[in-house]
Design a protein around this ligand. Structure first.
Ligand code: 3PG
Length: 220
């Protein structure tokens, strides 16, 4: 099983490629091909969302079948599910909301955890728990870039991973904010391209996102 990356390790990976694509697939071979295609496009992380019965097996297959990718589990809703994904090798854990039991468990296990937040109160609770980064979800509905600017002015040191409503058209607006750690989303894994095993299309989307990141933040 790959070693657990620290927050600093993940954060420096995201400096280079600040994009976290979502992979949601019950077919382990197809999920692995998807993750490889995204890695070929220069991305360094994937988040496998636990939204279907086969998602855990797909995450395990990606962990076993790729090299050089940091593989996390997303849509982790319960402590039990957090245990399950961490035992299966998840290298980071993402939740749609802030559940303190999940955060504490991940902290005890030394697994980077990015719980979802959308209010100042939630960000403050995450901050009080010692977190240095949180997900901001659903970004476009929760106030988007203006809300992130307001959070940035108040929560110095906190970094955000906005997801929800981000695509190649608005990625640069989010990445222009220095306190955005990375942007996550499903736009890099459109259903039709995944279903058709169109790895070239997935690699192209990843390259396009990376090039937007480089144009916005300068080459890393
Ligand atoms: C998430 O779980 O982060 C969101 O569902 C991603 O939203 P998107 O599909 O709009 O990218």
């Amino acid at each position: 099983m790959p070693a657990l990356p620290s927050y600093d390790a993940i954060s420096s990976l995201l400096e280079r490629a600040p994009i976290v694509p979502l992979v949601g697939d019950d077919d382990p071979d197809r999920a692995t091909a998807t993750a490889r295609a995204l890695g070929d496009g220069g991305l360094g992380t994937v988040e496998v969302v636990m939204r279907s019965p086969g998602a855990l097996a797909s995450m395990k297959a990606i962990l076993a079948g790729t090299e050089g990718l940091v593989v996390g589990a997303g849509t982790v809703l319960t402590l039990e599910q957090a245990r399950e994904v961490v035992e299966a090798g998840a290298q980071f854990v993402v939740s749609p909301g802030l559940v303190e039991d999940i955060v504490r468990y991940c902290q005890d296990e030394g697994v980077v955890c990015l719980p979802g937040t959308m209010t100042a109160g939630e960000v403050q609770r995450a901050h009080a728990m010692g977190l240095r980064a949180v997900k901001f979800f659903p970004a476009s509905l929760a106030g988007g870039v203006p809300m992130l600017k307001a959070f940035g002015a108040v929560f110095s040191g906190m970094r955000f991973m906005p997801t929800g409503g981000i695509d190649a058209g608005n990625l640069h607006e989010y990445l222009a904010l220095p306190h955005v750690l990375a942007c996550g989303g499903s736009w890099l894994t459109p259903k039709h391209a995944v279903a058709q095993g169109d790895c070239a299309a997935l690699t192209k989307l990843a390259r396009e996102a990376l090039s937007i990141a480089k144009d916005t933040r300068g080459a890393n």
